[in-house]
Design a protein around this ligand. Sequence first.
Ligand code: 3MF
Ligand code: MG
Length: 343
Amino acid sequence: MATHYRFSFGPWNLSEGADPFGPPIRPTREFGEKLEIARKLGFQGIQFHDDDVIPADMPASQMERGVADVKKLLDDHGLQAEFIAPRLWEDPRTVDGPVTSNRKEERQYAIERSKRAVDIARMIGTKDIVWWPAREGTYIRESKNAQDSFSYMLEYANALLEYDLNIRILGEMKPNEPMDLMYLPTTGHFLALCYKTVDPSRSGILIESAHAILAGLDPSDEMAYALWHDKLWSVHLNDQNGLKYDQDKAFGTVDLRRAFNQVWVLERVGYGKDGAWVGLDVKAMRTQPHEIAFRHLENSKEIFLQLVEVCRKVDPQEVQGLTQARDYEGLELLIVKHLMGLR
Ligand code: 3MF
Ligand code: MG
């Protein structure tokens, strides 16, 4: 199918299947093998954490060479780097949420590590820095001053925006996990922060479907709201079965109608025609055999493209007629029939 959409995923989406209750169950794939899978499945981009590119402790003198090696591998596979996301949740210095930590030296670590991620982004050829503030929140409310925390988050964003005038920051908000309660838990919260930064024009949003669902919100409305602000700069499409742990299920596999609504919003504004990516953030089931532990990616992409087809088949005049007659029951049946392949 002819499409302008460009797709990406992160190397963590081809994982060994470990979960909090069990060890890895599949062998680790070499990075090159992951790129080969991306190419074969028709993806155009790879999302990176900073240390997916080079180790966090690689000396500065070796960085350029290290990043160039990865860039060459990407080029060889016809792939681009979509974004770099500083991994601010594994190092012991990040335990209290480095950006909002009560310790100054840890807040400093967050900024230094993220400036280095900006350097990596420049070297690998992307302007986009994704900030998932994984541990920026609290286990108990009394442990931090919330207002101070918001100021630290603003200072962090400003430090990066000022460090390199070409980069954009994309906030990827999530209401909980790993923290009990996270600061700036939704798109709307981060949007408000965007307008307070030193450069709102370079401060925007990446929306992950499951994160919106975990916040009890509808991902398509969240996307529409960010689009209305001209700030939906990327997405992490996936699905989520209720208010449980973050599941990262293949797109459209839990609630097809909800997935359709997201595609409908994106398709109707021509999302992606300016180069914005359709990013996936999906996890293979732990039961999936190694040799075919990429079908969650393949399927998510296929389901997205099929839903684009469904959107294009829905007759706008029929929708308009039903809307004008306020026959929303009729409109609902029309959409459901399309989703059942009966139209
Ligand atoms: C967590 C996530 C993360 C981010 C990634 C890039 C591990 O729920 O979605 O995936 O997407 O860190 O920001
Ligand atoms: Mg994500």
